[in-house]
Design a protein around this ligand. Structure first.
Ligand SMILES: *Cc1c(COP(=O)(O)O)cnc(C)c1O
Length: 366
């Protein structure tokens, strides 16, 4: 069977809602209120300025974001934020910024920041193979750190923090690329949040940055314009040609969240039900499916698990593909199986996967 779009469990780029895809198909031919294809509309048009304004408003509504936050739509992915952030906040500092090394993606951020200034890894899960996250009593935060950086959801290992970390008197910075807008995130407790679109809220090409205005007052003045948050703020994310298409798709997703789903709390309830039922399928399998993450740190977005052997996992993936599922292979860094159940993945799709998993287990004689 060829892949069924509604059964796309890909870790990223992730699935998008069917209703959004239908509007995207239409917009590629012509955006109804403009009469031109979305691929050929000027980023200096009034229409596009209104797109940016509405999207910013939608984020403020969805997150309850206070007025002293800027909302930016940038390029370069989360990876560019690994550098852009320490360029502003770490260059020329004598005190180390504090980083948590909780998995693959937080590990990518650390060497980039080290290029800009001193850094302290406050806790690392490397020795235990990133099977769990730190408990509060394992973390001692310094009062004079320039900032704390962590990743809310480790996409590869399937580990997610279910609390806000750090001190309120030290800027708290979080990479929320793989769980942004999947649940309430207490945005007002963070000085800066970044999240690229392509896991949960749109296609690749745009990265959302929310930042509190006082954070960058002391930043060095000699930064390339494109990499300077202040210049991007002045230009309303329109400093050079922005990714018009990607931003428009994120706008459609934000409308879907507000109008079809009914907000972030509702989205979080749905996401919790999906994750709980899928984890129950692992836990009720008598060890046939083995969840990778410690129970308390299980991700509601990326359900990562193993079977008894790599051969059995290959067999599972082949059978899943034949049944129309896709994207279930684990990240190339760790293998295994990963079912990513981002916002757009429906409860019906999760039910189909559970049905398939139960069948596969029975057919394997377990
Ligand atoms: C996928 C991912 C990244 C990498 O993002 P790019 O946009 O490809 O640079 C960074 N952080 C997290 C948490 C991710 O899941």
């Amino acid at each position: 069977m060829s892949p069924r779009n509604e059964l796309n469990f890909s870790g990223g780029p992730g699935a998008l809602p069917e209703t959004v895809l239908a509007q995207v198909r239409e917009a590629i031919a012509a955006v109804p209120e403009v009469g031109l294809s979305i691929l050929g509309i000027s980023h200096r048009s009034d229409w596009f300025c209104a797109v940016i304004a509405e999207l910013e408003r939608n984020f403020r509504t969805l997150l309850g974001l206070p007025d002293n936050y800027h909302v930016l739509f940038l390029q370069g992915g989360a990876t560019q934020q690994f550098s852009m952030l320490p360029m502003h906040l770490l260059r020329g500092q004598s005190r180390p910024a504090e980083y948590l090394h909780t998995g693959y993606w937080s590990g990518k951020a650390i060497p980039e920041a080290e290029l800009e200034g001193p850094l302290k890894v406050l806790w690392s899960g490397a020795a235990n193979g990133f099977h769990r996250l730190p408990a509060d009593d394992e973390l001692i935060f310094a009062a004079d750190a320039p900032y704390l950086h962590y990743v809310s959801n480790e996409t590869v290992e399937g580990l997610q923090f279910h609390r806000v970390l750090g001190r309120d008197d030290v800027p708290r910075i979080c990479d929320m690329s793989s769980d942004f807008l999947s649940r309430p995130c207490a945005a007002e407790r963070f000085s800066l949040i970044y999240a690229h679109a392509q896991k949960n809220i749109g296609p690749a090409g745009v990265t959302i940055v929310l930042l509190r205005d006082e954070l960058i007052e002391q930043a060095p003045s000699q930064l390339p314009s494109f990499l300077d948050y202040r210049k991007q703020i002045q230009a309303h994310s329109n400093l050079n040609t922005p990714p018009v298409f990607a931003i428009y798709v994120v706008l459609l997703v934000s409308r879907w969240l507000l109008n079809d789903i009914g907000g972030i709390e509702r989205m979080a309830e749905i996401n919790r039900r999906k994750a709980e039922s899928l984890y129950a399928t692992l836990d009720d399998s008598d060890g046939f499916y083995r969840g990778r993450a410690a129970l308390a740190d299980r991700s509601l977005m990326n359900v990562v698990f193993n079977l008894a052997s790599p051969e059995r996992e290959q067999h599972f993936l082949g059978a899943a593909q034949a049944a129309g599922f896709s994207g279930l292979g684990g990240h190339r860094a760790i293998g295994g199986i990963r079912a990513s159940i981002y916002n757009a993945l429906t409860e019906a799709a999760v039910d189909e996967l559970r049905g398939f998993m139960d069948d596969f287990r029975r057919r394997s004689g377990a």
